[in-house]
Design a protein around this ligand. Structure first.
Ligand code: SF4
Length: 286
């Protein structure tokens, strides 16, 4: 891990997980999920921005130009949402970051809210009351797949249990079903996963714990990298008979489930989800 001065102060639009994506507080990841694009960009370790204040200033300047009140949307009905964990797992790396300083910014700003997806249950964050101005999105998938594709990450059951603890501490908490991967036992394993969610999430907060659902995106270069480096689980990720190329909004040539199949997958996923966890609102699915 290396501290650097982050120079690029670019704030990108998102429109899905959040309204905007902040400049990178961290770049790289101490986890090595088989499907993650960051493994190709940063093969080892990560860099952490030491100029947190400058990044926060950039967010504040960006926010200042936005009209107020905000037009309500699926990311939040009132606040502009900023994802501060895009090229890393910020919650995992929190001890390297000035995280309380950043959370204080979101907590005290009348217009902004921070949000981060994570695969790590970081109990150190539980001593902080974010007044619902920081949203943690726990990423989940069937444990069987997680064991293969997300080595070393928190157990899925612990991530689901953490929903209650983080909500109680004062965070806003959502679930991030991502990446959704098609495989033989998909129906059965997701049925079990939804049942686990239903049985663990406290009934008093069920209407607050929304979902985002993102099907797998893969990439030819990453496929080659995974094969050469003998990365676990490539047979789940590389399914050319089900996939087609698609250029991302940032110009990368990716591979996604082909659009005809995907329509059906989305339908099946929603049907199963809505049968077992009808209380959970899906914010978006794609
Ligand atoms: S936790 Fe997130 S950023 Fe880290 S390797 Fe996994 S997918 Fe990538």
């Amino acid at each position: 891990m290396k501290y650097v001065n982050r120079k690029a102060m670019i704030i990108r639009e998102s429109g899905r997980s959040s309204d905007f994506i902040t400049p990178s507080f961290g770049y790289g990841c101490l986890y090595k999920c088989s499907y993650c694009y960051m493994r190709r960009h940063v093969k080892k370790g990560l860099t952490i921005a030491k100029n947190t204040e400058e990044i926060i200033d950039a967010i504040a300047r960006h926010l200042w130009l936005l009209k107020w009140p905000k037009e309500p949307n699926q990311t939040h009905s009132k606040y502009y949402t900023y994802d501060f964990s895009c090229n890393e797992d910020y919650v995992l790396h929190a001890k390297y970051h000035n995280w309380e300083y950043l959370f204080d910014y979101f907590k005290n700003d009348p217009k902004a809210m921070g949000t981060a997806a994570t695969k790590y249950v970081n109990k150190n964050l539980l001593s902080y009351n974010a007044n619902r101005k920081v949203r943690i999105r726990f990423s989940i998938m069937p444990q069987k797949l997680s064991d293969i594709l997300e080595p070393g990450t928190s157990k899925i059951v612990d991530r689901i249990k953490a929903v209650n603890d983080f909500y109680e501490a004062g965070y806003d908490v959502h679930l991030n079903y991502s990446p959704i991967i098609m495989y033989e036992d998909f129906q059965k394993d997701y049925n079990d996963l939804f049942r686990l969610v239903d049985s663990i999430v406290d009934k008093s907060i069920k209407n607050k714990v929304k979902a985002e659902c993102i099907f797998l995106t893969h990439n030819k270069e990453m496929h080659k990298y995974n094969v050469i480096n003998d990365v676990n689980g490539e047979k789940y990720l590389w399914r050319p008979e089900l996939q087609e190329p698609k250029t991302s909004e940032y110009g990368c040539l990716n591979i996604r489930y082909n659009r005809h199949n995907k329509k059906q997958y989305i339908k099946d996923f929603k049907q199963l989800h809505n049968t077992v966890v009808p209380w959970q609102k899906i914010r978006y699915i794609f």
